[in-house]
Ligand binder design. Structure first.
Ligand code: GLA
Length: 632
């Protein structure tokens, strides 16, 4: 192994980064993930869709809002009350003003304006100490307009009057939502971009205009990623303009299509990673799987969204408390938005207690913003691990399957020393226990044990980067080619029921950057040496790492043994605030790891670049083994 030190690149000799460079791997010295809006932690609240679909009205919303306040959930952080699809009556012609279903939302006729306005409605929510959310679509029409079996709750009138989506109306509608109506939160759906092509039933029936699809959930090759991204950036800019105090949430809802799992962290506050959740165990697994390996794509300001909570119905109703608790615990570990989808007017206390578990809410809302990483992975059992801002760890032991399982939970899985005491507190029962080395746990079918843990860190004076995914941003993750993601659990029926060809694999950014894992899921390994900690990423990538006062950065780097490209070489570079601090010699498959050690005293942003001449990055995964910041 060769040792590279800062001295090898004294500040004056190191070329400064060229900020405007077109080279995406050139260091910028700048954290680039989304910082607009107000999502230092994932948003919490309620949404109308799971309980009411389009049959939503003011009484239903306000009934749930009232319970949120009276039950104390609002004080615990559930503040957003979000109206989903179903509120729109149409778009008035010729001025294009959006019309509300005033019969369903009577307060909207009580403003001093002739046209119904949501201002009295949002005023009411604000007076309760809550915030108000609304729904739109990026195309001309919404998802209910594409999929609803009846048109009872859909916009009425001419084709143009029924076009309630943002297409051609971005500035006008965003100003209406945020300036005039006083909303604080916007969810932007994507059915208008995919479901209204010339062959769609609604278009053929003359009910909607043809809008050539630019997005296809099943085929990234039929998706114009740049065009989709551009639209979402336009809407984001309009929101920033209309809500200059920055107190907004911008929610992207394109279900993992258009490679959004890679870029949403640069564009909005939350982004759906999968199609809609349903109150079925199998579907929960699908949605959970779409987010669980993507911890590095979530940071304060921008979070993975595996969809709203379905606690209160089907497999998660009061007769299924094990499943309901698992759903809540897993979403908290994933730093998912905690958006209740139940009719709270009727929700029993046993389920209200789940929503109100302050110790578990605290994991979701922890200021460090580290989404859990997978410490142990197998088909039926997973152990999730998350580092909290006070240094404690949250641990979830998740039994996905149908048989009870005995688990040996090891101190080393928690990145603790196995010769020192580990104390854990069960966040449902509040029972405490301590152990050294390992402890035995029994997990019932579909149960998730969830603990807060305290022990002696294996890495005494710092953190592995994989323990701090909230501070690591794969600004360029090297994924450039569409490959369907086989990790998504696919047994559950989606929208189509059992008709058609089934839930085929969908492009999911397969090969994205991972914590403690190679990009395709293998153990990190360089020339047969394995690493329990580290970052796996494809070649031609650049990671941004926030440094909160640590003095040393170290990693063992090389081409990961999982690479099928055994020829191309990769050079690893480390930058501190844009200046080159270290560079390895070119490394290829099978060569032993090189140790990089650099002084990062005073450096705010460390950038880790793996550069190669290949354009086929997907064949060339690399490893930043045991990458860590130490020495405070
Ligand atoms: C899509 C979204 C859902 C919901 C409906 C409304 O399916 O994914 O969350 O907003 O549209 O029609």
């Amino acid at each position: 192994m060769k040792i590279l030190r800062t001295a090898a690149c004294a500040a004056l000799l190191c070329p400064a980064a060229h900020a405007q460079s077109a080279d995406p791997l050139a260091p910028t010295g700048r954290w680039s993930a989304y910082a607009a809006g107000h999502a230092p932690t994932p948003p919490m609240g309620w949404n109308s869709w799971n309980a009411f679909a389009s049959a939503v009205d003011e009484e239903k919303v306000m009934g749930s809002a009232k319970r949120i306040v009276e039950s104390g959930l609002a004080r615990k952080g559930y503040v957003y009350v979000n109206l989903d699809d179903g509120w729109a009556a149409g778009r008035r012609q010729p001025d294009g003003h959006l019309m509300i279903r005033a019969d369903k939302f009577p307060s909207t006729t009580r403003s001093n304006k002739k046209t119904p306005s949501f201002k009295p409605y949002t005023d009411k929510l604000h007076a309760l100490g809550l915030k108000a959310g609304i729904y739109s679509d990026m195309g001309r029409n919404t998802c209910a307009q594409a999929w609803s079996a009846t048109d009872a709750d859909l916009p009425k009138g001419s084709v143009a009057e029924r076009e309630v989506g943002l297409h051609d109306y971005i500035e006008q509608d965003i100003a209406l939502y945020f300036r005039e109506w006083g909303f604080d939160y916007l969810k932007v759906d994507g059915c208008g971009l995919r479901d209204f092509g010339a062959n769609s039933a609604k278009v053929k029936a003359g009910q909607a205009r043809d809008l050539t699809p630019i997005m296809d959930l099943g085929a990234i090759s039929r998706t114009d990623v740049a065009a989709v991204q551009n639209l979402f950036r336009q809407v984001g800019a309009a929101i920033e303009h209309s809500r200059p105090d920055g107190d907004f949430i911008y929610s992207l809802c394109i279900w993992g299509a258009a490679n959004v799992r890679a870029w949403a962290k640069d564009v909005g506050n939350i982004s759906r990673t999968s199609d809609d959740i349903s109150p079925a165990w199998g579907r929960l697994l699908v949605n959970y799987d779409s987010a669980v390996h993507r911890a590095l794509y979530a940071h304060p300001g921008s979070w993975n969204d595996p969809d709203m909570l379905y606690i209160g119905a089907g497999d998660f109703d009061a007769g299924h408390l094990t499943e309901a608790r698992s759903h809540f615990a897993l979403w908290a570990m994933l730093n998912a938005p905690l958006l209740i989808g139940a009719d709270l007017r009727k929700t029993p206390d046993t389920l209200m207690d789940i929503f109100g578990n302050a110790d578990i809410i605290a994991l979701d809302q922890d200021a460090a913003g580290n989404q859990a990483t997978v410490a142990y992975d197998s088909s039926d059992l997973q152990i999730l691990l998350k580092t909290l801002s006070n240094g404690d760890k949250a641990v979830a032991v998740f039994n996905r399957g149908s048989g009870a399982t005995d688990v040996n939970l090891q101190a080393t899985q928690l990145k603790y020393r196995d010769d020192a005491l580990v104390e854990i507190t069960d966040l449902w029962t509040k029972k405490q226990l301590s152990f050294t080395k390992e402890t035995k746990l029994r997990v019932a079918p579909r149960e998730t044990l969830i603990f807060r843990a305290r022990g002696t860190r294996a890495l005494a004076d710092g953190f592995y980067l994989s323990e701090q995914p909230g501070k690591v941003n794969p600004a360029v993750d090297g994924v450039t080619r569409p490959i369907a993601d086989p990790t998504i659990f696919r047994t559950a029926a989606g929208w189509g029921g059992t008709r058609g060809a089934g839930d085929r694999p969908q492009y999911a950014g397969w090969g994205g950057a991972r914590a403690d894992s190679a990009p395709y899921g293998q153990t990190l390994q360089i020339a047969r040496k394995t690493y329990q900690s580290g970052i796996g990423i494809l070649a031609n990538s650049r990671l941004e790492v926030r440094n909160d006062g640590y003095r040393h950065f170290a990693a063992e780097v090389g081409v990961d043994d999982s690479a099928t490209d055994k020829t191309n070489v990769v050079t690893f570079l480390v930058y501190g605030d844009g200046k080159r601090l270290a560079e390895t010699r070119p490394l290829k498959w099978g060569m032993p790891a090189e140790l990089i050690e650099v002084d990062v005293s005073g450096v705010k942003l460390v950038e880790l670049v793996a550069r190669s001449a290949t354009t086929e990055n997907e064949a060339l995964p690399v490893a930043w083994g045991e990458a860590a910041l130490t020495g405070s």
